[in-house]
Ligand binder design. Structure first.
Ligand SMILES: Nc1ncnc2c1ncn2[C@@H]1O[C@H](COP(=O)(O)OP(=O)(O)O)[C@@H](O)[C@H]1O
Ligand SMILES: [Mg+2]
Length: 368
């Protein structure tokens, strides 16, 4: 699939623009703080209904604007689709798919598949488990509405159970009603865990191949699901820890505490990998996502590459560019790396300056 037209108004510092991206790689070039990442954020918002940078929608409304509008036209294998997003400062955002407002975010998934590469991908490896769960959930939600629904239900019930645990501290006889939530929590929890396990098994195989290619066969990557409690054992865990849960007023076992383990040659990348290995691992995971989306949906995802080339050495730059050849990509950079030059034509180079995006083609200040 590809985006054939983007128009937006009042989104962050991008005041008003309309452009027709090319097939293949589109390069957005400009100095720092000009609006390049903002532009990618607007595309990501249309794909997922969320920003990749903030959970507060109002932050994306331009400082000077009353509201923001973004419209994407998407060309798929055999049909066209349209996404409209409307952000306001003080009310909920509106999203429409082909002109019809969607009621649940889940109804947006599947319209536009994206994979994002950014320097923050390193946090997938280096940060805490919450970051890795976010990665899992974003990927799985894009791929499966059922997962999105199960996950939502899981968190809803978890919240109710935690509220009840706090109530029980004050009124112990209420403990008798806990089983009502437990049955449902286990039910949705096990579904979430099963989906995560299956997804990671597939990601593991593909990412290992990518890493192999990236390192010339030197490093052997393993991605493993590290569930907080094993599948089939959630009921027992909850039962055994009930007094502790009541004492703490929160649920201490379940997929809300899951993690992913990345290891190279049997050693955890987070603790023992070099900075280079950490970066390559994150890159391999993102590249594997592309293949997974393609396998699962039959559609090619649109790629958002935010300032990633400067972080990679030449071999990895070349491998990345070759891997994404043939897909539509939106790539931002401050300086145009040599590896990119051979992909540039007058139709796919955009210059970003102070919130304006023009196809005034300049490289290093020179018009081309
Ligand atoms: N809601 C907003 N309205 C207007 N400008 C914003 C808003 N949010 C951020 N900005 C501005 O956007 C600029 C950063 O844009 P960004 O896309 O991150 O830059 P870069 O080109 O380096 O990727 C900053 O100057 C910031 O002040
Ligand atoms: Mg940026």
């Amino acid at each position: 699939m590809q985006i054939s037209e983007v128009s937006l108004q009042g989104f962050r510092n991008l005041e008003e623009l309309s452009l027709q991206p090319a097939t293949g790689i589109n390069v957005f070039y400009g100095k720092n703080a000009q609006g390049k990442t903002n532009f990618l954020e607007s595309l990501y918002l249309c794909a997922t209904g969320r920003s990749m940078r903030t959970k507060y929608d109002w932050q994306m409304v331009g400082f000077e604007a009353e509201e923001s509008h973004i419209r994407l036209l998407i060309q798929k294998n055999n049909r066209k689709e349209r996404i409209d997003v409307h952000l306001k400062r003080d009310t909920k955002k509106g999203i429409a798919r082909n002109g019809v407002p969607i009621k649940k975010l889940g109804d947006l998934f599947g319209t536009l598949y994206t994979v994002v590469f950014s320097p923050e991908d390193l946090s997938l490896i280096k940060d805490g488990p919450a970051e890795r769960r976010r990665f899992l959930d974003m990927e799985l939600c894009q791929l499966s509405r059922i997962y999105y629904y199960d996950l939502q239900q899981y968190y809803r019930i978890l919240k109710q159970r935690n509220n009840l645990l706090k109530e029980i501290q004050k009124k112990p006889p209420l403990q008798e009603t806990l089983f009502v939530w437990d049955t449902q929590l286990i039910d949705y929890g096990e579904r979430v865990m099963t989906a995560r396990r299956d997804f990671l098994q597939r990601l593991d195989i593909i990412a290992a191949e990518k890493l192999n290619a990236l390192t010339g066969g030197l490093d052997q990557l393993k991605i493993a699901y590290k569930p907080n409690c094993e599948l089939g054992q959630m009921a027992e865990r909850l039962e055994r820890n009930i007094q502790r849960d009541i004492y703490l007023g929160s649920t201490n076992f379940g997929p809300h505490k899951d993690d992913i383990l990345f290891s190279i040659d049997g050693k955890e990348v987070k603790s023992f990998g070099s900075q280079g290995q950490q970066r390559t691992t994150a890159l391999a995971a993102r590249l594997a996502e592309i293949d997974l989306i393609r396998e699962e949906t039959g559609e090619e995802p649109v790629l958002l590459l935010d300032d990633v080339l400067s972080e990679l050495d030449e071999t990895r730059q070349r491998y990345l560019m070759e891997s994404i050849d043939g897909l539509q990509a939106f790539l931002t950079c401050t300086g145009i790396e040599d590896v990119v030059k051979k992909y540039i034509s007058k139709d796919n180079l955009f210059y970003v300056e102070n919130g304006r995006i023009t196809s005034e083609n300049r490289i290093d200040g020179e018009k081309v």
